[in-house]
Design a protein around this ligand. Sequence first.
Ligand code: ADP
Ligand code: MG
Length: 583
Amino acid sequence: MGNIVLLDDLTINKIAAGEVIERPANVVKELVENSIDAGATQITIEIKNGGKTYIRVKDNGSGIKKEELPLALERHATSKISKIEDLENTYTMGFRGEALASIASICKFTIKSKTEDEYFQSVLKTEAGSFVDFEESVGPVGTEMIVEELFFNVPVRYNFLKNDSTEFRYIKEMLEKIAIANPNISFEFINNKQKVFKTPGNGKLEDLVYIIFGKKISQNLVSVDFAIGDIKVSGVIGNTTIAMETRKDELFFLNNRYINNQILYSSADQAFKGDTGIGKHGFLILNISMPASEYDVNVHPTKKEVRFKNENEVYKVVYQAIKTAILSKKFLGDDSASDEENQEYVKNEFAFLTNNFTSKGFENDAIIESINAPYQEEASSKDLITRNQKREIKYKFIGICFKTYIIIQIDDEIYFIDQHAAHERILYEEIKNNYKANLDGNVQMILMPEIIELPHKDIDFIKRNAEVIKGAGFDIDFFGDNAVKINGVPDIEYKTKITRKELFLDILDEMITSERTANKDIEERFIATVACKAAVKAGMDLTREEVDYLIQNLLILKNPFTCPHGRPTTIKFTKSEIEKMKV
Ligand code: ADP
Ligand code: MG
């Protein structure tokens, strides 16, 4: 080993850059965040070759004074905090004072800047962190930073970069998040001289969603505006028709900074459960505002991870914010439920999910336990479980087509209702209610109990999940080591001609298959499978009474849009939409 020596500044900065600057997207992020911190209302970002050869970020913010320009490139030079206590009240994006020093050390760097009080724009050039040139020129108030030949002196890093289009995509996705978090700032993004997007900066989240995610998503949003104490949750969530396969479009922001946080994802999962379809994720863009003293963002230099001081409270507020928005949907005239009714429902649903559905799949059992604590009491009082009071839906029956779709008219809207998906949704709710309420009377006893012989691993599965199976309404006993006796099945209306034994075996089969893929939602999947097996199928003839039963029971549900697997139950056209379709 060599002697101990102090590292020179360039080496220190290059090491620091390694922590924060892995790729062009990190550079763009740091520069754009500086522009935001400088109070800019217009920011232009231009890149070439995925940012490898050229990155330019120009803003109309406060600018940097000529005398302070060299200082901005010093490590730990920041105008944003002066002592550690300031972190508690810091809402700016940056505060470590490392980014510019790090970036400058690994590229050819140009800063052009002018404050309001200055007459000339200062232009400073450095290469690998060393001074190259300084001049004065003419330019607007604000700052423009140009990064050329990133990593030219760190070949190891350069070689590690992906191809241009991949690096471009990283930059684009990151900028989209920043743009969404800042609806009042207009962002223009240019790639290889072509405009990628430009946001209006008019403060309207809906306009931003339209530009970034497209028309379909922007037309299926429900706004969220919710607060408990000093935690406020605002933004939009997507309705069920735009639920996603991945959580790529679940965007959480904390005081307008994009963050990744497991607590928030779990909370959203719970809130969307039953409304997005099993295994799907709701679309959401939510900003959580709360005092900076209530969390710590300094966990990692990229500042994407935060630690909340009161995780349970955050979990709960986010859950309730989303659930309340889901229930506020104006769909099929179901906006009649009062806010208090909805609040009650949300609380109740929350208690149910956290008590029954989550504890297994949840990564952090300790959290869920403490979240349950304040709710335990409420969850046990059965009278809280108040579903929709019956109310009659007035509709005009038009007919059934393809032996599958019931067509009805309500006011000036036409609905095509998928008979299987609709019945499935109704039965699912019914079984889930019974499961929740833990009612004893939800079993339909069979006159002649059936004994089914099963392989050992199936018996094992049933034993492990006996609670769930019984909760859903199966009355079973174990009969010796390799058989179960079925005394009763869930007390719902079976429209399919299926024997009780077949029903049980089918469900068992599906559960065992899905256990291998995702055992997380076992209860939900179980209930959904029972509902699916019992529901009318496409192609079955329905009587007029059966049609009425389906419509009356579907349309009073809180979430009539999709079957439990996420397939739509209903397609709706308004009269004016039909007029527009005519060519
Ligand atoms: P930090 O953002 O953590 O303070 P940086 O290294 O990113 O550290 O920036 C150092 C300082 O340079 C900032 O504190 C700020 O005073 C100044 N600065 C950087 N970019 C800009 C900009 N676009 N407009 C105005 N000032 C800027
Ligand atoms: Mg910064």
